[in-house]
Design a protein around this ligand. Structure first.
Ligand code: HEM
Ligand code: MG
Length: 330
């Protein structure tokens, strides 16, 4: 049922994740995978349904259990993705492409097409996936992964750490400015890009390892094979996108886009950035969700209200953002 939001883990220390109840299976025909190596891996080990179709509650439980993602961060990211890519009526989300398995469409323009959907959550300048403009925004891209490895060698002594994260994030932005006429680096992508740059350090490194840096062997397992390393233990404590400012600081850039072809990157003052955090929430609710569902009725409207409340609940209370009710209250 929509509305039931998982709370934090009861036991929130490290523990064995690659156990006998969560063996790795190769994908079967029909199984769906997408742009997120974290969710792909959880599905391939049965922490999520192996076909890649899940409820928001299943996703929150899985990222907490399997990676020790902190509860609020898990809720915010999950409900944001679910609101724009999921089926609000059936409570199901595809972690990849569009499928009938999430149920019948609701009146558009919402496409209900899974995490692969470009521009509502998925965005440009990903580390190991190409920009949507080049035709495939979700598959593991070996050429980009080679660059991930090269940067980890040059800046991290062969390991992916925050220094590498900052260099590679800057590199991917430069590449997109210079090659993708449709490059868009406005909110929410502005935030998710920096957050995702920290995730391999927080979540893909074994929780027993005091060195927070990821080996290329294990990076290959997660990004390409969607597989936990043998004996993998999750992070030692709940963690969210800590360190995004560290990744941002060496090469600060304003949120913006190529407005007229390649090399026309122009700041967009209407986009949220790190100084206007609540605007991320406001723009997302008003423009992104509002654009997809201008006039919802019945159970769709009710579930939009419920899931928007859940999204707001994922914001830190210290951010002190004003809650919005574009569809009223239940
Ligand atoms: C990327 C969804 C949790 C690791 C993405 C993308 C989506 C997504 C849609 C594509 C964005 C893009 O690169 O264009 C989600 C949702 C989550 C979640 C809904 C629910 C909480 C996690 C977790 C991890 C993770 C727990 C790590 C264990 C990553 C990484 C990328 C990514 C590293 C960047 C991939 C790249 O740049 O090549 N995620 N994610 N995510 N996700 Fe997740
Ligand atoms: Mg992308």
């Amino acid at each position: 049922k929509p509305g039931t939001t998982p709370g934090p883990l009861k036991y929130n220390g490290t523990k064995l994740i690659y156990d006998k109840d969560h063996l790795w299976n190769p994908t079967k025909p029909g199984d769906i995978r997408g742009p997120c190596p974290g969710l792909n891996t959880l599905a391939s080990h049965g922490y999520l349904p192996r076909n890649g179709i899940a409820t928001p509650a299943q996703i929150i439980n899985a990222v907490q259990e399997g990676f020790n993602m902190e509860n609020r961060a898990a809720r915010f990211v999950t409900y944001a993705a679910f609101l724009v890519d999921g089926n609000l009526v059936t409570d199901l989300l595809s972690i990849g492409g569009k499928t009938k398995l999430t149920g019948p469409d609701s009146p558009g323009p919402a496409s209900i097409a899974g995490l692969n959907t470009h521009a509502v959550f998925e965005g440009d300048a990903s580390m190991t996936r190409a920009d949507d403009f080049f035709g495939d925004n979700h598959s593991f891209n070996q050429t980009l992964f080679d660059q991930f490895v090269d940067f980890s060698k040059r800046f991290g002594g062969g390991l992916y750490n925050f220094t590498v994260a900052a260099e590679l994030r800057h590199q991917r932005i430069k590449e997109s400015i210079a090659t993708n006429p449709k490059f868009d680096f406005t909110s929410p992508r502005f935030f998710t890009a920096y957050a995702e740059s920290t995730f391999p350090v927080h979540f893909f490194v074994d929780g027993r390892n005091p060195v927070r840096a990821l080996s290329m062997e294990n990076a290959t397992l997660f990004f390409r094979d969607m597989r936990f390393p043998f004996d993998f233990h999750r992070a030692a404590e709940p963690i969210g996108p800590d360190g995004i400012r560290e990744v941002f600081a060496p090469y600060p850039i304003k949120a913006g886009k190529n407005i007229n072809g390649i090399n026309t990157y122009t700041p967009d003052p209407t986009s949220a950035d790190f100084d206007t955090f609540c605007l991320l929430y406001t723009n997302f609710v008003t423009n992104t969700v509002g654009g997809l569902y201008p006039n919802p009725k019945g159970v769709l409207r009710t579930n939009l209200i419920i899931n928007l409340k859940n999204l707001y609940g994922g914001l830190s209370p210290t951010a002190n953002c004003t809650e919005l009710f574009p569809y009223g209250k239940v």
